[in-house]
Design a protein around this ligand. Sequence first.
Ligand code: SF4
Length: 362
Amino acid sequence: MNKESIYGLTFEQLTDWLMERGHKKFRASQVWDWLYRKRVTAFSEMIDVNPECVQVLTDHFDMETLNEHLKQESADGTIKFLFRLHDGNLIETVLMRHKYGLSVCVTTQVGCNIGCSFCASGLLAKSRDLSASEIVEQIMKVQFHLDGAGKEERVSHIVVMGIGEPFDNYANMANFIRVVKDHKGLAIGARHITVSTSGLASKIVDFADSDLQVNLAISLHAPNDELRTRIMKINKAIPIAKLMQAIDYYLERTNRRITIEYILLKDVNDRREHALELIELLGERRQLATVNLIPYNPVDEHSQYQRSEKESVLAFYDTLKKHGFNCSVRLEHGTDIDAACGQLRSKQIKKDDAGRSSLALG
Ligand code: SF4
């Protein structure tokens, strides 16, 4: 039986857990410091923590439940990690280098049930949610990698945009954020953390009401229901009007800016008429929204979609700009490795499956 991972506990939970076992409150601060500031990899290295406390932690918790299975490094410094979970499942985590710092894109589920028609991750249905610790551990593994390189680099930004729909795993996603934000530990600023959703309206409302206070990105990808349902089947259950209501609630409640993600698919949603429809749809929300245009990374499995021409991307961008929108085109990372989200994982799973069937045949 696997032990629980220590990385799943928030500071408050760790404090309560230790105090329930008769340990003083300050032990939690010591342990937290060893975990997230000094970043040891074994409880026995926590040398100023009393031996009984070290023993009780060792008896109940693990410090490693993710194993690095594969690592791909791009010429631009992007690194894709493929981790194997204790149950054998594979997940992807990506480290990206930006001018403003080092950002990590984390996965929140094994597979995804949202089924966006352009997505390599959505090809594999969700088999389970990741625990909070499995999400935190992705950050820790990347940070250990950076620590090992000895350049004193720190993960400064997090995007919750990897495989899975984070709001379909809300409680674990929320605890993950509480751990990485904690100022006594990794202390990653709330403004440096972005959670991206395909548009689960009721969870957007919960998120607005929560203590999390991190950034929100909405994967919109189309300006009308007909097109959006074609691209993202979630739109059938939660149409654009419902999504916009939730966005309005979020904007009013938090007064924070949001990002609207819009993946550009050649001749599908990238024409001028789509840009004008998007402008109409977002209306006055443009004051608090940034539209992030994402040139599509083609994947073999979705050959119906191609990448938009450069001219179409620029024309779309210009149209939004002319109408007073804050707009950006996502810079590409790791184009020389399996760049699309979920691509490395699905390739590896196919390879494993092929290996298994040839073994079975042999
Ligand atoms: S784009 Fe995101 S929400 Fe849509 S299927 Fe892929 S992982 Fe799921």
